[in-house]
Design a protein around this ligand. Structure first.
Ligand code: DAH
Length: 344
């Protein structure tokens, strides 16, 4: 019986060592240690043994059981460890591999130009205001000294929504709105960026939708020289300290006198080239001293208050500054175009 147990032991250990799965180990466990297993069946013969032999064999049987149990456990641990190692190996990532680049967006070129201009004027004490894109005829025209049937309305082809509501053709209504709000009681120093609309056929230099920035400064003793100084600072900060400005007489119904401002051409330094159409100067904006009628309609006494106003197009400024030759590029949302200016 002792030999039988020993040979079962030997055979079991060998089989356990060769086993390669938890399932097989479990089968071996049942086959050797289970109720119907080989050890149990050997022990069934214990009854035939003498009193002295029984504890000896019992002891051996227990040791064999223990040894088999222990060997199965450690084999199981080994298999588990092995499986884990394999899994980790399969799932491992090489952190030194180059990653896939993440596409990031950036502000639109026009947004950048507008923010740059905003910051410049905020630095000179201006507040930034907004106004509605769907505007009344009153603020878009009448309050700016453009009564109904005034021929100067033709300067701005208009999208009318109703006889009295329209898509604003310029940001100038916001100067009227702001003056009306302050009601002649306090000075105004504001700029207003925004989108405007005109019934234009789109081409390289025209778009039915574009951006404008309006500026207004109303106070006691505001003079034309203040306008010129302000525009000079603006032009030099925006386009470079070496740029000159010049003011040419012009006409706008809401300013008197009215001017147009040009900056000296950077490409030819005043000699004349295709960018400045051989004049040496590039037109940038319209401006002037706020018309007395516009002041009084908003409640400001033109005998006490004076002011200047200007209106410019960030589209045009961006085109000049970055050499963009088609205004439609700003509105087509072609990322290949827009991306070029993310770091500009
Ligand atoms: N509103 C004018 C336009 O769209 C631009 C302009 C000219 C605005 C003179 C002004 C100004 O405030 O004083 O063409």
């Amino acid at each position: 019986m002792k030999e039988q147990l020993q040979s079962i032991h030997q055979e079991a250990i060998e089989k356990i060592k060769k086993s390669d799965s938890a399932k097989h180990l479990q089968e071996l466990k049942v086959a050797y240690l289970g109720k119907k297993g080989s050890i149990t069946s050997v022990l069934r013969g214990m009854g035939k043994l003498s009193k002295e032999e029984r504890p000896v064999i019992g002891d051996i049987a227990n040791k064999v059981r223990e040894s088999i149990t222990h060997t199965i456990e450690s084999k199981k641990d080994e298999l588990d460890r092995h499986a884990l190692e394999k899994k980790l190996e399969a799932e491992s990532i090489d952190v030194t591999l180059p990653g896939r680049p993440v596409e990031t967006g950036g502000p639109h070129l026009l947004t950048k130009i507008i923010e740059e201009i905003e910051n410049l004027f905020i630095g000179m004490g201006y507040e930034v205001r907004e106004g509605p894109e769907v505007e009344t005829d009153y603020y878009n025209f009448e309050a700016l000294n453009l009564p109904k049937n005034h021929p100067a309305r033709d300067m701005q082809d208009t999208f009318y929504l109703t006889p009295d509501l329209l898509l604003r053709t310029h940001t100038s209504p916001v100067q009227a709105r702001t003056m009306h709000k302050y009601g002649g009681q306090q000075p105004v120093r504001m700029i207003c960026p925004g989108i405007v609309y005109r019934r234009d056929d789109d081409d390289a230099t025209h778009s039915h939708q574009f951006t404008q920035i309006e500026g207004l400064y109303v106070d006691k003793n505001v003079r034309m020289s203040d306008l010129k100084g302000t525009l000079d600072v603006f032009a030099k900060k925006m386009f470079g300290e070496d740029r000159e400005i010049r003011l040419r007489p012009s006409f706008f119904p809401f300013t008197e006198p009215s001017v147009e401002m040009d900056i000296s051409c950077k490409v030819c330094r005043g000699e004349g080239c295709s960018v400045c159409k051989n004049t040496g100067w590039i037109e940038i904006l319209g401006a002037g001293m706020v018309h007395p009628k516009v002041l009084s309609m908003a409640g400001y006494d033109p005998e006490i208050y004076t002011g200047f106003a200007f209106g410019m197009g960030p589209d045009r400024i961006a085109m000049l500054k970055y050499g963009v030759n088609d205004i439609r590029q700003f509105y087509m949302n072609d990322v290949r175009f827009l991306q070029q200016y993310h770091k500009a």
